[in-house]
Design a protein around this ligand. Structure first.
Ligand code: NAD
Length: 478
């Protein structure tokens, strides 16, 4: 297990011997002690990616694509080990961890394909003595800051396109889940990524990290995935040197169920969307709006399914819902439940800490709350836990209005079999991603990102290449 930082091509311990304890969320046991990078080491890592930028950007796109393909292939060979490592630090069910490794690889494969297709244009000139060209070039050395909830995929979603476009990158993973990031860095070197092109730095002082890295005008891109609050702070820092930004921030997804649906299918979709990663996902639905005539039937069908979910440690093949990441996460989720109950919600199932033998008390029972209202915290703030809150609505306009009544705009879900309604509602929702009868609306080949305070820019699809390249116009007089 790699526990040192990758800085300018070398694996290094923290100069002063400081480490960060990585804990297993299921048991609270220390899994590893990871080097805690100093400011001087972060500066050194920045120097490393700045130095490596020129030659990496001149490397042929096909050669860069080959490196990405090799990284993905090695990840495939080590899928099981990487998945198990992820479970140790993140807690998610092992089946989901394997799925995340596949998902993480898909960004590398997709980027390997897109890199050689980064095309320019020739524009007809207004006079015979001119020729006008548009070329796309690497934006320059980049910084990625990533969260703990998808410890591998949130990195490859940035690293893949950055490398494909010819950019170097310094990655700061969450200090809660650095092991997957360091394992990925090892694979990158093994796959032949030249020294210095990638640095991975773990620190217990993220504010110092961002001030150091974004204080350097040579860093030309910040790609951040995390909370809206931290994103806002980073936007301020990026403004100093007018650094380009991509922001994948928080969400508060509505899930609309219309009365024309097949209730069993809608319940399957709702439970699948809600309880993946224990609800700790930015596109996890936080508000369920169900048309009044099917409200009771939907709640019944969902309750049935929730009662069958198995809560347990991620390493157990049978577990459907693992622990929450830390005690603060548990407090927040329980706080949302008690606040909802104080405001009149009814607990239809769950609502408490689950007792999991041999584990600590970070497991929250999958919970269904009826009678959600706009006054409740759960209908405004990200819960990031296994709680489904449901409210009835009467007509389409009301459903759309409630769904859009949020500062967030990442994902929204619509369950209907009425084609005209499906199109109308998808168009009316103010969200960057719409899951239309689809509880899993994410793939490397399509743009992912939010409206409003859920972010800026898109990851995935051909769109992501815009984030890591600059457009240069060459006007030639001949
Ligand atoms: P977070 O904002 O607390 O942390 C994210 C990252 O930012 C971590 O690496 C953390 O160390 C770092 N960080 C914290 N303060 C910082 C600072 N001052 N300067 C620089 N870096 C700093 O978020 P989290 O708890 O790790 O992740 C959960 C959040 O991420 C949720 O809001 C979720 O919706 C969001 N998220 C969004 C997407 C998306 O694609 N839109 C995907 C996954 C998660």
């Amino acid at each position: 297990m790699q526990t040192r930082n990758l800085i300018a091509g070398q694996w290094v311990d923290a100069g002063d011997g400081r480490t960060i304890a990585v804990r297993d969320p299921a048991t609270d046991e220390v899994v590893a002690e990871v080097s805690d990078a100093s400011q001087a080491q972060i500066e050194h890592a920045v120097e490393g990616i700045v130095r490596a930028q020129a030659s990496w950007s001149r490397t042929a796109p096909d050669e860069r694509a080959e490196v990405l393909t090799r990284i993905s292939a090695i990840m495939g060979e080590r899928r099981e080990d990487l998945a198990r490592l992820m479970v140790r630090e993140n807690g998610k069910p092992i089946r989901e961890a394997r799925g995340e490794i596949d998902y993480a690889r898909s960004f590398l494969d997709w980027s390997a394909g897109e890199g050689p297709r980064l095309m320019g244009e020739i524009i007809p000139a207004p006079s015979a003595d001119k020729r006008l060209f548009v070329i796309r070039q690497a934006i320059g050395p980049c910084c990625a800051i990533t969260p703990w909830n998808f410890p591998s995929a949130m990195i490859t979603r940035k690293l893949g396109p950055a490398l494909a476009c010819g950019c170097t990158m310094i990655v700061k993973p969450s200090e809660l889940t650095p092991l997957s990031a360091l394992a990925l860095a090892e694979i990158c070197l093994e796959a032949g990524l030249p020294e210095g092109v990638l640095s991975v730095v773990v620190t217990s002082d993220p504010a110092m990290f961002s001030e150091t890295v974004l204080g350097d005008p040579r860093i030309r891109k910040l790609s951040f995935t995390g909370s809206t609050e931290v994103g806002r702070r980073l936007l301020g820092l990026a403004a100093r040197h007018v650094c380009s930004v991509s922001m994948e921030l928080g969400g508060h997804a509505p899930f609309l169920v219309f009365d024309d649906v097949d209730i069993e299918q809608a319940a399957d979709a709702a439970v699948s969307a809600k309880f993946r990663n224990g609800g700790q996902s930015c596109i996890s639905p936080n508000r369920f709006y169900v048309q009044r005539s099917v409200y009771d039937a939907f709640c019944e069908a969902v309750r049935d399914r929730i009662e069958r979910l198995r809560v347990g440690p991620g390493m157990d093949e049978q577990s459907d819902v693992g622990p929450l990441i830390d005690d603060a996460g548990v407090d927040k989720v329980l706080g949302h439940i008690s606040d909802a109950v104080e405001h009149g919600a009814e607990i239809l199932v769950g609502g408490e800490i689950a007792d999991v033998p041999g584990c600590c008390s970070r497991f929250v029972q999958p919970t269904l709350l009826g009678g959600m209202t706009p006054e409740m915290r759960i209908s405004r703030e990200e819960t990031f836990g296994p709680v489904m809150a449901v409210q009835a609505f009467d007509d389409e306009d009301e459903a759309i209005e409630r769904a859009n009544a949020t500062r967030y705009g990442l994902a929204g879900y619509v369950m209907t079999r009425d084609l005209a309604r499906a199109i109308r509602v998808s168009e009316a929702l103010q969200f960057g991603i719409v899951g239309l009868n689809d509880p899993v609306p994410s793939t490397a080949r399509a743009p992912f990102g939010g409206f409003k305070q859920s972010g800026l820019g898109r990851e995935g699809g051909h769109h992501v290449m815009d984030a890591y390249s600059e457009v240069k116009f060459v006007s030639a007089r001949i």
